[in-house]
Design a protein around this ligand. Structure first.
Ligand code: KE4
Length: 431
């Protein structure tokens, strides 16, 4: 319906599929839930992506979160260039890792100690193993539609790519593993109370995206997160905030600061790597000290704390620390985008619900209030597919799945947002 010149991307995708499963290194990039052939990016600068067919896009994904200050930012590029001239990896401790850890500890609430890994998945997987080792319990509670990476324990009604595929329980996850993961609906504290009643003293951890982004953006209602805190205190269960997405995106203190609720362990990724592979988990010292080599819970990584990745993350966090006005700027741009989208949706009498907070926003083609995975699934994917492709053909790159949040970067200008809304006005009557 919407014409995009993408012959070279199509050719590259066919070549990729011969040597990479599905032609991609992460499923959501394959456009499976929106159809069509993914674009292949040649380069990115500031707010814009440039694909292999010469098309330019305003980027609302920012590499799924990391590029919060825009692509190829000089502060990041200079840090990476300077560090790489000293070598790319040592597998030996560096002062840079300590300085990065000190910076995160100084900025993140309730993080006494932190361990760096290479992805959000590793961070969440390790945090859960640590919680199980610390409590000597096996079970965990997660929430349908929340995504904590592709570790076996989490691929049970996962969000993000797994939901997009409609394959909530991935093959390859053993029944034994799945039996230790208990599920509840986000924002339903009653279900959590029932699980604690049924599995008294067996629950090692509750892991939650305190502000969810993997069923689209879904906000916690009233005191849901505070109630989780109280239940975990009552049952000596570790409360893990998965802030891979929200950490340093919604503010320096992340969701803990916004919600005013303390986690026992927090996981990070995306922004803290400045676009390089960095994940991290940290929190209460008494729990973190259970980690090897001092403690019994094993966790390791050849490239953990890699100097190039640390240099990018350190430059990013220092930039954000020294330019906190970026958060107000992102908030106002996101509100401006939301108001523009709502105006077009109302004019064209389309069913919709928008959730947003800070620089996270998602549009659902349903009149239901989207408060959990079940209501997020009520979105009309036919509308979404046409919306996605219509915007793509008009120079706007959105997440290729209804179960994702948009991530604004501060290189996006109000004029870019005006252009985004104009693109939507052009296509809205045809989706
Ligand atoms: P990674 O292993 O992809 O670095 O992080 C996993 C993860 C953990 N926790 C949260 C809250 C996350 O959002 C993620 C990863 N986010 C998805 C996007 N929704 C990554 C995109 C992809 O899978 O390609």
């Amino acid at each position: 319906m919407f014409k995009l010149i993408n012959e070279r991307s199509k050719k590259l995708f066919e070549e990729a599929k011969k040597v990479i499963p599905g032609g991609v290194n992460s499923p959501v990039r394959a456009f499976k839930s929106v159809g069509g052939s993914p674009i292949f990016i040649k380069e990115a600068k500031g707010a814009y992506l440039y694909d292999e067919d010469g098309n330019k896009y305003i980027d609302y994904i920012s590499s799924w979160g990391p590029m919060i200050i825009g692509h190829a930012h000089p502060e990041i590029i200079n840090a990476v260039e300077n560090q790489s001239r000293k070598g790319t990896s040592y597998g030996i401790p560096t002062e840079l890792e300590t300085k990065m850890a000190e910076l995160v500890v100084s900025l993140a609430p309730n993080v006494d100690k932190i361990r760096f890994v290479n992805s959000g998945t590793e961070a969440c997987m390790s945090a859960i193993r640590l919680a199980r080792g610390y409590t000597k319990r096996d079970k965990i509670i997660k929430f349908s539609g929340c995504y904590h990476g592709h570790s076996d324990s989490f691929l049970i009604q996962a969000g993000s790519g797994a939901s997009t595929f409609g394959v909530p329980n991935s093959p390859g996850v053993t029944k034994a593993t799945a039996s230790d993961t208990l599920l509840a609906s986000f924002n339903d504290i009653g279900q959590v109370k029932d699980l604690f009643k049924e599995y008294k003293n067996e629950i090692a951890a509750v892991i939650v995206e305190p502000i969810a982004g993997n069923m689209g953006c879904v906000l916690p209602e009233s005191d849901f997160i505070l109630e989780l805190r109280k239940l975990c205190d009552q049952h000596n269960t570790v409360l893990v905030f998965d802030e891979v997405m929200t950490g340093f995106r919604l503010g320096l203190g992340g969701a803990q600061e916004i919600l005013g609720v303390d986690a026992d362990l927090v996981t990070y990724g995306k922004v803290i790597g400045g676009g390089l592979p960095v994940g991290a988990f940290g929190g209460r010292e008494d729990i973190m000290n259970f980690l090897a080599p001092d403690g019994p819970v094993y966790q390791a990584g050849t490239l953990s704390g890699n100097p190039i990745a640390m240099s990018a993350g350190y430059a990013m966090l220092n930039y954000l620390k020294n330019n906190t006005s970026i958060y107000e700027s992102l908030d106002s741009k996101t509100i401006y985008l939301r108001e523009g989208l709502e105006s077009v949706l109302k004019t064209n009498k389309l069913p919709f619900h928008i959730n947003s907070i800070g620089s996270m926003i998602s549009l659902h083609f349903t009149n239901s209030h989207v408060v959990n995975f079940e209501t997020a699934q009520q979105g009309d994917n036919k509308y979404f597919k046409n919306y996605f492709h219509g915007m793509l053909a008009n120079g706007v790159y959105l997440p290729p799945s209804a179960y994702e949040s948009y991530f604004l970067n501060d290189a996006i200008t109000f004029s870019d947002i005006d252009d985004t809304i104009k693109s939507f006005e052009k296509i809205a009557s045809k989706i």
